[in-house]
Ligand binder design. Structure first.
Ligand code: CAP
Ligand code: MG
Length: 445
């Protein structure tokens, strides 16, 4: 069958492209028809082409802006892992919505592909440094809290929604005095009648001040400002004016335009990135966008701390996947500040040894139900979580440590010590496509 274009070539297999002047994207492709035709279709549709050659597409224009497929690893007759080089000129390098529209836009819906997954993106230095990145970064978050040598302990006010502002602030206070460093709103709490945003900020920041006086520790409150942009900006400004130190944005439901806009305002606020809805496109290992790709966009956009998974909790994410993302976020990236990973979802004190054993100490450990579900209540739940963290940092077995820490003992009594796998299919297990990818010595992403 003829190639995708009669006039132009997208396949440059075996050729090299300068990584300082090209964006390199790795895709997993399952074709509906002839594999190489589908691969060309992906390259065309994600750069300058369409389903047919067009009058205006000159040779010069094509050579300057077309995507070039330079690596193709066949997994079977219809499936391959490919690498595509995109000329830098194709991009508006500090416009994240445009990056998605290029390499993670139309391509997913083409009839030429049965499944398509964007696995990774490698950006040239000039591209990365065109973006602000995090204002605080991992080190700035730690500097704000004056905590340098252990994981940070966070909680989410539970129930997720429904509490009136007074109760919300009280529970936040209880968590802070119990030993939690960071309190955040849940991803679906914004400005509902039962918990108006501006009143919540005033009351909860007052509670934070009280907790700081009593504990002598710095605390963080991350209120959820997610909304339309015309609302997000005044909400963020109000938090800053009221002495807040952080805000939370649902980066997927709000979108990266919103994240970049708030970051551009330089409000002096730590930006906590929640990734609710990411599972709609990161879940399948055969179709969608990897969380690694999303994490790279989040760091470019200026997210200071980002949910990336727990491996042992209720959300999916294999150890390889989560550690790869976390290592990227904490690693050097042409001088952009690192983003602090957040492990959250289904965690309780008994899981901390395994979690920290896998993810290390450069992480925020978020417990929602694992604190607010403690039989003794929130303060005891926070104490149990802090005791578990202290035990791990001292290298003491949890059960041993719980002998003279009753709140921890009560938590272990209810939830155990060690990873009782959450109910439901462990998505992290290898599917046949995973096995195929691994069999070729390729990593999962
Ligand atoms: C956790 C959580 C977080 C998820 C997000 C929830 O509560 O508040 O939103 O962890 O998942 O609503 O489920 P629990 P991820 O501690 O009670 O589970 O961090 O994977 O994006
Ligand atoms: Mg939540």
């Amino acid at each position: 069958m003829a190639g995708y274009s009669k006039k132009y070539r997208y396949l440059f297999l075996g050729e090299q492209f300068d990584p300082s002047t090209h964006v390199i994207v790795t895709f997993y492709v399952e074709s509906t028809g002839e594999l190489e035709r589908s691969v060309e279709a992906v390259a065309a549709e994600s750069s300058i082409g369409t389903w047919t050659d067009t009058e205006g597409l000159s040779e010069d224009l094509f050579n300057r802006l077309s995507a070039k497929v330079f690596d193709l690893k066949k997994l079977d007759e219809k499936t391959a892992i490919i690498k595509i080089a995109y000329p830098l000129a194709l991009f508006e390098t500090d416009n994240i919505p445009q990056i998605f529209a290029d390499v993670a836009g139309n391509v997913f819906g083409m009839r030429e592909v049965k499944n398509l997954r964007v696995r990774d993106i490698e950006l040239p230095e000039s591209f990365v440094t065109a973006n602000k990145g995090p204002a605080f970064g991992a080190n700035g978050v730690r500097e704000t809290l004056k905590i340098y040598d252990r994981p940070l302990l966070g909680t989410i006010i539970k129930p997720k929604v429904g509490l009136p502002t007074k109760e919300h602030a009280r529970i936040a206070y209880e968590a802070w005095v119990g030993g939690v460093d960071i309190v955040k709103d849940d991803e679906n709490l914004t400005d509902q009648d039962f918990n108006p945003f501006y009143e919540r900020i005033t009351r909860t920041l007052e509670a934070r001040r009280k907790a700081e006086e009593e504990t002598g520790e710095k605390k963080l409150y991350c209120p959820n400002i997610s909304s339309r942009l015309s609302e997000m900006y005044p909400r963020a400004k109000f938090v800053a004016e009221m002495g807040g130190r952080a805000i939370m944005i649902d980066i997927v439901t709000v979108g990266f335009s919103g994240v970049q806009f708030i970051r551009d305002q330089q409000l002096g606020l730590i930006i906590h990135g929640h990734r609710a809805m990411h599972g709609a496109f990161t879940h399948s290992d055969r179709h969608g966008i990897s969380m690694l790709f999303v994490a790279k966009m989040a760091r470019l956009a200026g997210i200071d701390q980002l949910h990336t998974g727990t491996v042992v909790g209720k959300m999916e994410g294999t150890k390889e996947e989560v550690t790869k993302i976390n290592n990227f976020l904490l690693g050097d990236w042409f001088g952009l500040k690192p983003t602090l990973p957040i492990a959250s979802g289904g965690l309780h004190p008994g899981l901390l040894p395994e979690l920290i054993g896998m993810l290390g100490k450069d992480v925020i450990i978020n417990l929602g139900g694992g604190i607010h579900g403690h039989p003794g209540g929130v303060t005891q739940g926070a104490k149990a979580a802090r005791q578990a963290l202290d035990a791990v940092m001292k290298g003491v077995d949890l059960t041993e440590y719980s002998k003279d820490h009753k709140e921890l003992a009560e938590a272990i009594e209810v939830w155990g010590a060690g990873s009782a796998k959450m109910e439901g299919e462990d998505k992290g297990g290898a599917t046949y496509k995973h096995a195929l990818v691994l069999s070729k010595g390729l990593d999962l992403a």
